[in-house]
Design a protein around this ligand. Structure first.
Ligand code: SF4
Ligand code: SF4
Length: 113
């Protein structure tokens, strides 16, 4: 089984493929429902995952909500792929959740990665 460091490296490499075009943002239903809160969009969740993995953000309740409120509906992915990028956004968000959950299980409370 791969260790956490390898998983983090792979996730960061995948997130780095994002061109920050933000075409995926407007089709995200949680972004629409929040009336424009970027941290509740596909692109925002990728950025949050990146900064959590880089250790630049602490894992707290608002950030947890941002990651776990994703509906995994794939509307963002379809838009991203239609624009010529092939980023598996849902898988990245899910992987970020799993890594954070594992950290929570180990630490028992919020902690920086
Ligand atoms: S559409 Fe794809 S490349 Fe553009 S911001 Fe969204 S995830 Fe990144
Ligand atoms: S999968 Fe998540 S991030 Fe992508 S459009 Fe649906 S709710 Fe938004």
């Amino acid at each position: 089984m791969r260790d956490d460091q390898q998983i983090r490296t792979d996730l960061l490499k995948e997130i780095a493929k994002c061109r920050a075009c933000r075409f995926c943002v407007d089709v995200c239903p949680t972004y629409q429902a929040s009336e424009g809160v970027e941290s509740l969009s596909s692109y925002g969740r990728l950025q949050i995952t990146k900064y959590l993995l880089n250790g630049m953000l602490a894992f707290d309740d608002p950030l947890t909500y941002c990651l776990y409120s994703c509906l995994q509906c794939r509307r963002c992915e379809r838009m991203c792929h239609s624009k010529g990028q092939a980023i598996d956004i849902c898988a990245l968000i899910q992987a970020g959740r799993e890594l954070l959950s594992a950290r929570l299980a180990e630490g028992g409370s919020h902690a920086a990665l």
